[in-house]
Design a protein around this ligand. Structure first.
Ligand SMILES: Cc1cc2nc3c(=O)[nH]c(=O)nc-3n(C[C@H](O)[C@H](O)[C@H](O)COP(=O)(O)O)c2cc1C
Length: 192
């Protein structure tokens, strides 16, 4: 059994990639505004290592505003087919410009254009208005690489707690909690 939560996470993610019909990297991202009011939505995890878990988004979106005001987050992976969940909590930090550029460059061109066309989380007058904006950016970048929009980037959640939950018979589920302790981790179990 791994006693490094990052190694254990990689093992579980590898199993999820085989078992889940789609989006094994989908995770719920919970944030809170300056008054502590929570909100949650799904995002895709686009990077993971000892430093933390990375996702990308529009910095002016609702989540972006909440993270700027209150830079802590919780993540939840739920792999239904495996009957497992992983809960992660910790402060967030922005990824570097270079990291965001490198990831943006790997996105499909249509997604890159979409990032320019969407004022994420702002009221939208009509679907047609959005499509018109998409056409406008498509024309603007015709024949050249699409640069990363200045307000589109990533955040890294730096875990202080990572809990691995797995289903067991009779609701005697297993919960393994790893908590940051200095440079390492302490591990314990929780009642289900
Ligand atoms: C499976 C799934 C994956 C998603 N991945 C992302 C993502 O990686 N980044 C993102 O900004 N929105 C993603 N979304 C859309 C968000 O859930 C959300 O609608 C959007 O980011 C606006 O959220 P906000 O208004 O709270 O900022 C995803 C939605 C789903 C259902």
């Amino acid at each position: 059994m791994a006693d490094d939560p990052h190694a254990l996470f990689e093992e579980w993610l590898a199993e999820a990639r085989l078992a889940e019909p789609n989006d094994p990297t989908a995770m719920a991202l919970a944030t809170a505004d300056a008054e502590g009011r929570p909100s949650v939505r799904m995002v895709l995890m686009k990077g993971h290592d000892e430093r933390g878990f990375v996702f990308y988004t529009n910095l002016d979106s609702r989540k972006g505003g909440e993270l700027a005001a209150n830079p802590g987050a919780a993540l939840l992976f739920h792999w239904k087919s495996l009957r497992r969940q992983v809960r992660i909590e910790g402060p967030v930090e922005p990824v570097t410009e270079a990291e965001a550029d490198a990831y943006f460059a790997t996105r499909a061109r249509d997604s890159q254009l979409g990032a320019w066309a969407s004022d994420q989380s702002r009221p939208l007058e009509s679907r047609a208005a959005f499509e018109a904006r998409y056409e406008e950016v498509r024309n603007r970048f015709e024949g050249r690489d699409v640069p990363r929009p200045p307000r589109w980037s990533g955040w890294r959640v730096k875990p202080e707690r990572i809990e691995f939950w797995s289903d067991r018979a009779h609701r005697l589920h297993e919960r393994r909690l790893f908590a940051r302790s200095g440079e390492g981790w302490s591990e314990g179990l929780l009642y289900p």
